[in-house]
Design a protein around this ligand. Structure first.
Ligand SMILES: *Cc1c(COP(=O)(O)O)cnc(C)c1O
Length: 377
């Protein structure tokens, strides 16, 4: 079956007992002993989780999926399998909360993490020499939209005896299925594109390895990382339109990126499917389209940028991404405010950097809104 059919039918069949076309929400903490499907307690399983597992495994072309309370919860589940003394090598531009989780929690327990620029060829030597337990990838990255060569890095990691973890949140399974490129453990914040309506939180880990699946099921119940049945149900509804939404997100984002590139107020536009993107060829090979995020450097000082953001009417200034509504984020004052300026600038997060999560509104209205906000500063 094709992607859109699976998102609507896999794990989404009518309820066998009542014929309800849309699954009910199993709002129960516990189950009567001896039930045919073997449920016992919602922390270790619930019909809404099991249904969504099936849907999300199908979209990632994976054998197994496990749902968690959020993307960060999925990360916690994966990292909890490590032990003191283990090493993780990670791309240096990964999601900020992943960095915080390692720095403030897991490093206390002796898990080591080393950040490198995985777009550089020298990184392969580091992986081969240091043989980390896990190689941690994210592509495209946030907010610089760097593209990592997933098959190449998997090949190098496997030669070093390492396993590869991938954060696929920015792409979603519609744009790329990392398990098919050699990734061992793939996770996604389903809070973003999978759900698409900014009204629930959920994370998912997919894998083709039995041993990793066992570890994920164990982490879900032993660490209490499960989502609520209600949020799992919400995501089961949202995901049905993932393909349609992604097509529109990508079409709008490419159009806006090309248009912004021509404006005099714009110093630089970063978007994987623009010819000017340093990994354009790789992005074209690896992804079905360029995604819904457009990052720009405006030719303006910080004060004018804050004014520009305040003048936007269709782009609430908010963290997160992947919802039907457009959002704008200023990393220097929002997501990365806690990082000292010098360190921010060293990785390319300048004060004039603005990240748009392009929604599925009409393209003309989005452009008109950006234009009037630019005109007013
Ligand atoms: C949002 C996000 C996460 C964390 O997911 P939550 O559902 O917010 O916990 C992880 N990685 C990336 C790239 C994200 O954008």
């Amino acid at each position: 079956m094709h992607f859109s059919t699976q998102s609507i039918h896999t794990g989404q069949s009518p309820d066998p007992q009542t014929g309800a076309v849309i699954s009910p929400i199993y709002a129960t903490s516990t189950f009567e002993y001896g039930n045919p499907e073997g449920f016992d307690y919602t922390r270790s399983g619930n019909p809404n989780f099991r249904r969504l597992d099936q849907t999300l495994a199908a979209l990632d072309q994976a054998e197994f999926a496990t749902v968690f309370g959020s993307g960060v919860t999925a990360i916690t589940a994966i990292v909890s399998t490590l032990k003191s003394g283990d090493l993780v090598i990670a791309e240096e531009n990964i999601y900020g909360c992943t960095i915080r989780l390692f720095r403030d929690i897991f490093e206390k327990f002796g898990v080591n993490i080393k950040y490198i620029d995985l777009t550089k060829p020298e990184s392969e030597k580091v992986i081969l020499e240091q043989k980390p337990q896990l190689l941690w990838l994210e592509s495209p990255t946030n907010p610089l939209l760097k593209i990592l060569n997933i098959p190449r890095l998997c090949e190098v990691a496997h030669r070093a005896g390492s396993q590869v973890v991938m954060d696929n949140t920015f792409a979603s399974p519609y744009l790329q299925t990392p398990l098919n490129h050699g990734v061992d453990i793939n996770f996604t914040s389903a809070t973003k594109y999978h759900n698409g309506h900014s009204n629930a939180m959920l994370g998912v880990v997919t894998t083709n390895h039995d041993d990793w699946q066992e570890k994920m099921i164990f982490a879900q119940k032993a660490l209490g990382l499960q989502p609520s049945p209600f949020d799992a149900w919400i995501v089961s509804q949202g995901v049905k339109t993932l393909e349609l939404r992604m097509e529109r997100h990508c079409k709008n984002a490419l159009d806006i990126a090309q248009w912004l590139e021509m404006l005099p107020e714009v110093e630089r536009v970063i978007y994987p499917f623009l010819l000017s993107h340093p990994q354009y060829e790789l992005a074209k090979n690896q992804m079905k389209a360029g995604g819904g995020i457009v990052t720009v450097k405006l030719d303006k000082n910080r004060e004018s940028i804050e004014k520009f953001l305040a003048k936007l009417k269709l782009f609430p200034k908010a963290e997160s991404l992947g919802g039907v509504e457009s959002l704008v984020c200023h990393p220097a004052s929002m997501t990365h405010a806690s990082v000292p300026r010098a360190q921010r600038e060293a990785v390319g997060l300048s004060d004039n950097l603005v990240r748009f999560s392009i929604g599925i509104e009409h393209i003309d209205d989005l452009k008109k809104d950006i234009q009037q906000a630019l005109d007013s500063v």
